[in-house]
Design a protein around this ligand. Structure first.
Ligand code: AMP
Length: 428
């Protein structure tokens, strides 16, 4: 589902575009409409599923299209940690870039200056506040926070907040809010204490359950951490140095499918492409040739990541990091079907590192990072916390997403699994 179909405001669509989101993730597809319709929500969705935009977009849309009180807080988002508060405020900055909706993150641990800045925003009025409970209570106790116009309350990672003992703080903050408001509750898990909280807070909520499946154990998951221009040469190397007979390579964008497939054809690989620009007849022909083993390699968009059932695919390559954990699991699930084993290798550029780290969080484990062979030059370190995702860059910041290959510099070893020395290159 694309965002235009969801009926979102034009300025938000521009922000979504600038963030590089193309289609709504499953949680977004399920949650945005009921929120737009004014329903309370209880959603079980983990980090990495796109849940932040799932609540930010409809709230901002409603602020833009319905009467909203400036100089008052309209939306209050309560989260367990300052990191999450900062991350949500950053996502908000990107999505609302073309609007005049304001947002501030209010969290503990800063200096006196940040408290004063928060106090100023909270007393003069800011449209949206993303806060941790303790810090918000510190401000509320001083009496200047304008809560009487809050129309939207979000509790994000609510299970974590309860685990951290924030129940009383949350209830105290809520006691300052008007009774008439829309409540959205997001939680990775739904223990009984969460149900109790939901019963207290929500009225006739829409229930959304984004169950994230886990990939089959027998899939060997690996990744190369690379600069964008290293991807195609390294894919050729992987294909040349292995004897896989059935390979699918996924790319998020059609133009990447076309470019990669034409480069592989030029290098004489047995390859065809599949994407929505192809006529149905041609698509069927390509699929048939792949099933009949006339073709060894398919380069495809995500149209092929769900539903197709071709057995004995030995290798899935992710040319890029999929948009969310579910897509990743669907893509790599094309291999190791029917209890056979299979390998999935993901190519992670610098701009994609954070996205991949979120997928690893969802998987509950780190994927092994393979060593980039010497002849491809130095590769980046895997340091997802220090790489901003493309999506969070301001639209006009420029800078391009294709870092050029840097001249040879010593290979960073600290990002590699400890059992892989520099000469112990795992042959993919
Ligand atoms: P979240 O679960 O909200 O922490 O989001 C996980 C990651 O997915 C973040 O890096 C978001 O910027 C990204 N994201 C959210 N929605 C989309 C989308 N529709 N398409 C692509 N990326 C998205």
């Amino acid at each position: 589902m694309n965002f235009r179909e969801l009926g979102l405001e034009e300025r938000l669509l521009e922000g979504i575009d600038a963030m590089g989101y193309e289609t709504a993730t499953p949680v977004q597809a399920q949650v945005i409409q009921p929120i737009l319709a004014g329903r309370d929500i209880i959603a079980s969705a983990q980090t990495g599923t796109g849940k932040t935009a799932a609540f930010l977009l409809p709230i901002v849309h409603k602020m833009l299209t319905q009467q909203h009180s400036s100089h008052h807080i309209n939306a209050l988002i309560i989260v367990p940690t300052r990191e999450l508060a900062i991350q949500i405020a950053e996502t908000m900055e990107g999505l609302s870039y073309f609007t005049d909706i304001s947002c501030i993150a209010v969290y503990g641990g800063g200096d006196g200056n940040s408290f004063t800045a928060e106090k100023k925003a909270l007393s003069s009025g800011v449209d949206m506040v993303v806060c941790t409970p303790g810090r918000m209570i510190a401000h509320l106790n001083m009496g200047y926070v304008k809560m009487q116009e809050v129309k939207y309350l979000v509790l994000d990672e609510a299970d974590r907040m309860l685990d951290m003992g924030f129940n009383d703080d949350i209830m105290k903050i809520i006691s300052f809010l008007p009774k008439q408001r829309q409540n959205l509750l997001f939680s990775a898990t739904m223990p009984s204490k969460m149900r109790d909280l939901a019963r207290k807070l929500l009225q006739n909520p829409a229930e959304i359950n984004i169950a994230v499946s886990k990939p089959p154990e027998q899939i060997v998951q690996q990744a190369f951490v690379v600069y964008e221009p290293q991807k195609i040469p390294l894919i050729k190397y992987v294909l040349n140095n292995s004897d896989y007979t059935r390979v699918i390579i996924f790319c998020s964008k059609k133009q990447n499918v076309k470019q990669l497939s034409s480069e592989l054809k030029r290098a004489k690989f047995s390859v065809e492409e599949i994407h929505s620009d192809l006529l149905q007849d041609k698509r069927e022909q390509v699929m048939q040739d792949f099933r009949n083993r006339k073709l060894k390699i398919l380069v495809a968009t995500d149209i092929l990541s769900r539903g197709i059932d071709i057995e004995e695919i030995e290798l899935v390559i992710n040319y890029d990091v999929p948009n969310d954990g579910e897509d990743y699991i669907h893509r790599i699930g094309r291999t190791a079907r029917a209890a056979t084993s299979g390998t999935a290798i993901t190519f992670i550029s610098e701009a994609e590192q954070r996205k991949f780290a979120q997928i690893e969080t969802l998987l509950g484990k780190q994927v092994d990072k393979l060593i980039v062979p010497e002849q491809f030059g130095a590769a980046p370190e895997y340091a997802p916390r220090s790489h901003k995702p493309m999506g969070n860059r301001r639209p006009n910041q420029g800078g391009g997403n294709r870092p050029s290959l840097r001249p040879n510099k010593p290979r960073p070893n600290n990002s590699r699994p400890s059992n892989q020395g520099p000469n112990n290159q795992t042959n993919p």
